[in-house]
Ligand binder design. Structure first.
Ligand SMILES: Nc1nc2c(c(=O)[nH]1)N[C@H]1C(S)=C(S)[C@@H](COP(=O)(O)O)O[C@H]1N2
Ligand SMILES: [Mo]
Length: 254
């Protein structure tokens, strides 16, 4: 179980802080972040530590943040200071920051070195060589149906279907919804700013549902025209990362 959301962040640009302290700036460097907490990665207790490449660290939207939605950060969101690295997996946005270090190698903390890595389908947890995995940073295009919920019972007739799509540093160009398991598709209407980077674009579609067990599906396309994979098994990896296949929701229409 988990929860996700969009927030408005306030802080200082990491690049301004790097400049202020005269940090070196070269594309082959990394910026590493350490949190005040200890984490357990496969039985190994160590400080929470992650890193990003210098080119990403220098992007203007990468912040050292102290406020979320106009309020000081709460403890669970990383008070007093946390990183916000938009477009990247949440794990790179270190909370409870105690140290920022410019290095010539990625962080060697276990979270960076032995977690959040993508392996080919033929690699298992027993055969994985963690130094060879692809570090998961930029997030892929994704979309989900939020309403109705899976397994819900609905009255026959017109139903409002709602959800979100996200393409990070790209735009979501369109969202398509099927109410018959993917045979026919209708375009949803966006309710969020199409130009907004990093966050969700919420969408709605009013569709007429026939009686019986109905199979709702959503898929998004980005501004390059690329879509999501149809089936989750096409992107199988033993750790279960980046499963951005079309989202399905089954409902019972009575
Ligand atoms: N210090 C520290 N930072 C951390 C983590 C952590 O365990 N310790 N978890 C990371 C992960 S995996 C995510 S998804 C985000 C979650 O941030 P949120 O709690 O504000 O949603 O924090 C990241 N930063
Ligand atoms: Mo996470």
């Amino acid at each position: 179980m988990g929860a996700i959301g969009n927030a408005e962040w306030t802080g200082v640009r990491l690049s301004d802080v790097l400049d202020a302290v005269g940090a070196p700036d070269a594309s082959d460097l990394f910026v590493a972040f350490t949190g005040a907490d200890e984490v357990d990665v496969e039985g190994e207790e160590a400080s929470f530590g992650v890193s990003i490449a210098m080119d990403k660290a220098r992007q203007p939207d990468v912040l050292i943040a102290w406020a979320m939605n106009g309020e000081p950060l709460t403890p669970e969101h990383g008070a007093p200071l946390r990183m916000v690295v938009p477009g990247y997996a949440g794990v790179r946005s270190a909370k409870w920051l105690i140290r920022i270090e410019v290095r010539d190698t990625p962080s060697d903390a276990p979270i960076q070195a032995h977690d959040y890595k993508l392996f080919p389908a033929d690699v298992t947890s027993d055969t994985a060589d963690w130094s060879q995995g692809l570090t998961i940073n930029a997030m892929p295009l994704n979309a989900a149906i939020c309403v109705p919920g899976s397994g819900e019972s609905l009255p026959a007739g017109e139903v409002r279907i709602e959800g979100y799509a996200i393409a990070y540093d790209r735009r979501v160009s369109r969202v398509e919804v099927s109410v018959n398991g993917g045979r026919d598709w209708q375009q949803a209407t966006f309710t969020d700013d199409p130009e907004a980077h990093w966050g969700w674009r919420r969408w709605t579609l009013d569709a007429t549902l026939a009686k019986g067990r109905q199979h709702l599906v959503v898929r998004a396309f980005d501004e390059t025209g690329q879509g999501q994979p149809e089936r989750p098994d096409t992107m199988w990896n033993f750790a279960g990362y980046l499963c951005t296949a079309w989202h399905h929701v089954d409902v019972l229409v009575e």
